[in-house]
Ligand binder design. Sequence first.
Ligand SMILES: N[C@@H](CCC(=O)N[C@@H](CS)C(=O)NCC(=O)O)C(=O)O
Length: 282
Amino acid sequence: MANVTYVPPKVWTFDAENGGEFASINRPTAGARDERKLPRGKHPFQLYSMATPNGVKATLLFEELIEKGIVEAEYDAYLVSILSGDQFGSEFVDINPNSKIPAMLDTTTTPETRVFESGSILVYLAEKFDTFLPSEPAKRTETMNWLFWQMGSTPFLGGGFGHFYNYAPEKFEYPIDRYTMEVKRQLDVLDKQLEKNTFIIGEDYTIADMAIWPWYGALVLGRLYDAAEFLQVETYSNLQRWAKMIDARPAAKRACLVNKSWGEESQQMHERHSMDDFIGKL
Ligand SMILES: N[C@@H](CCC(=O)N[C@@H](CS)C(=O)NCC(=O)O)C(=O)O
């Protein structure tokens, strides 16, 4: 059992940054911090995002829709750099009062429809184009079950495990143990589900796969938190099979590039407006 040295005061106050990786952007208040306009393109959908796993959920669905030939799903994607505080600019906050990427505008409706929360974006687009969300009640419910599973479970992976294993200023045994236990349990849940199913809900590729893959696929493919060995990700063989299968899809390759602002310059894409943007990058 770890030594307990911190005694919480009667009332918490925001005195200083806590030293963690994203400490300089965190504040205990919501709302816009400055006036900032958002760029606009010519396509029906305007996406404001970054190529983090939550961002990739939205770009994966967009790219799959376009891969299917649904030209009405064309979109302009603009980088919102969360490390520079772009998520606190006034026009972004008008679209997402929660100041997190991804956020989107559907400009084809009157008035325009704002959509925030990646799960809401997936459902909105899947319903609008009547694809990747089965209409048959049992399959639709199962898709929703796993979509909501992802939305509810992943904060323990990202905000819990990822934060304490990767970003916290020190390695604290108690939270790393607690969240590693939970993440391994979640990986086992998925591995067991994929033992009998090609995709998450069965034979249909759905928005449940598109929500889960950017996080748990990236994790077991060794692309998240440098934690592959620590979590023994190769032991989840069904999950590995599924992660590699989606990784091989052209839409998935494109989705991971959109709004990418790190890595080699040739592998970055701050804005995406058409298929031509991918030429020479894949
Ligand atoms: N539940 C939200 C989570 C979105 C989220 O946490 N986005 C992160 C990047 S992956 C973000 O924008 N962080 C900026 C901040 O916390 O200030 C969703 O699924 O859309």
